[in-house]
Design a protein around this ligand. Structure first.
Ligand SMILES: Cc1cc2nc3c(=O)[nH]c(=O)nc-3n(C[C@H](O)[C@H](O)[C@H](O)COP(=O)(O)O)c2cc1C
Length: 365
């Protein structure tokens, strides 16, 4: 029996909780064991960017984070699930801050590729009689079918699908649904939304029975690779970059419909050399680069390219940090100004009260 875990990021017993539970009812109807988690009930701290996780993984010392909180428990519940449903309120056109925090905590630490490299390093060290900690097996459970539902109180939601889909990349989950549900302040009273959530839960449970054949079942998107509808457009050029998979293409109007077409290979000059930008990267990258690898962020090859880029940058930084010039610059900024903090009597002060003594604008009294 597959296990489907539903995570709600909304208020207690609000629309997100209820719609998540409706999806779980659908999953249960399809024969799944179900579990419901409320993200707001957990203690999940922000990623500080300390990169301890990367250092530990890359030295074969296991999968860890400096924080002591509920993230590891949440990650374990998700990695050991067969299907996942995430229901998240839309905040400022995108995912909630809490969802972003969870996404950041997945970060490089939970990346399947990084953990694979770490496993190899640890196994080699152990085989040679040295010390090593192999990451837990569940981190290699990839391809888990996932449905994202973004619930908004208005029609401001243009970032929600891309925010959600990006979260699926680190653990390499399979996005089956990625829904933007606008005008849903009362979603739990909307029978169409309720029925849709029920069907999504049912379908996720079915996909969880056969994850290898799980396919995207949502509405077809503009991006022909990942179904994203969110693109970065370069001013003055016909160049669109998919906000999720990162593929770059040209915008084409076909039968009055906007599409983005990706070239198969990197653009080259008349001598066949790849045209590069000032950083040495292909200026007009194709779907497949000169190494014959697919560039999309959500493929193992694309992840490897990204992993190599990050490794190179971290290496350059580590070298620079040893030098006097780097230390001098850090010292200069450190000594320039210190951060302001609230005084003891203003700690946790209320904005309403803080503003009361300020000069009032004309007519505001
Ligand atoms: C800080 C904040 C920002 C919001 N921004 C948006 C928004 O940009 N677009 C939108 O459709 N709804 C927005 N909403 C409405 C929420 O999506 C809505 O209140 C939520 O889905 C209700 O969920 P609940 O019943 O589970 O608490 C916002 C709400 C809050 C509190």
């Amino acid at each position: 029996m597959p296990k489907v875990v539903g995570v709600s990021f909304g208020t207690r017993n609000g629309n997100n909780d209820s719609i998540c539970k409706e999806a779980l009812m659908g999953a249960q109807e399809a024969g799944a064991e179900i579990e419901f988690i409320r993200a707001q009930d957990l203690d999940i701290k922000h990623c500080t960017g300390c990169i301890t996780c990367v250092k530990m993984l890359m030295s074969g010392r296991g999968n860890m984070c400096i924080h002591k909180d509920d993230f590891d428990w949440l990650a374990h519940e998700l990695y050991t699930a067969d299907g996942i449903i995430m229901v998240d309120p839309i905040f400022e056109t995108g995912a909630t801050g809490l969802f972003h925090t969870v996404m950041d905590r997945f970060g490089p630490r939970m990346d399947t590729g990084n953990n694979f490299i770490s496993m190899q390093i640890a196994q080699k060290a152990l085989a040679e009689g040295g010390k090593g900690v192999v990451p837990p097996a569940c981190v290699f459970h990839t391809g888990i079918p996932v449905a994202y539902l973004g619930i908004g109180g208005s029609d401001w939601g243009t970032h929600i699908q891309s925010d959600h889909a990006i979260q699926s990349m680190t653990p390499a989950w399979k996005v089956v649904y990625n829904e933007w549900i606008p005008w849903s302040k009362k979603a739990l009273m909307d029978d169409e939304v309720v029925a849709r959530a029920h069907k999504i839960g049912y379908d996720i449970a079915k996909a969880a029975e056969d994850p290898e054949h799980a396919e995207y079942m949502g509405e077809k998107g503009v991006c022909p690779h990942c179904n994203c509808n969110d693109f970065y457009l370069y001013p003055g050029e016909n160049r669109a970059v998919c906000a999720v998979c990162g593929l770059q293409g040209k915008i084409v109007l076909k039968d009055g419909k906007v599409t983005v077409e990706y070239a198969e290979h990197d653009a080259t000059d008349e001598n066949g050399n790849v045209l590069r930008d000032k950083n040495g990267a292909p200026a007009f990258p194709g779907l497949v680069d000169e190494r014959g690898l697919c560039r999309a962020h959500d493929t193992m090859e694309g992840k490897q390219i990204h992993g190599e880029d990050i490794g190179r940058m971290e290496g350059e930084l580590a070298q620079l940090q040893k030098g006097d010039e780097y230390k001098e610059r850090v010292k200069r900024y450190k000594e320039f100004i210190t951060p302001t903090m609230p005084s003891a009597d203003k700690r946790y002060a209320k904005f309403q009260e803080l503003g009361a003594e300020d000069p009032q604008p004309e007519g505001a009294r």
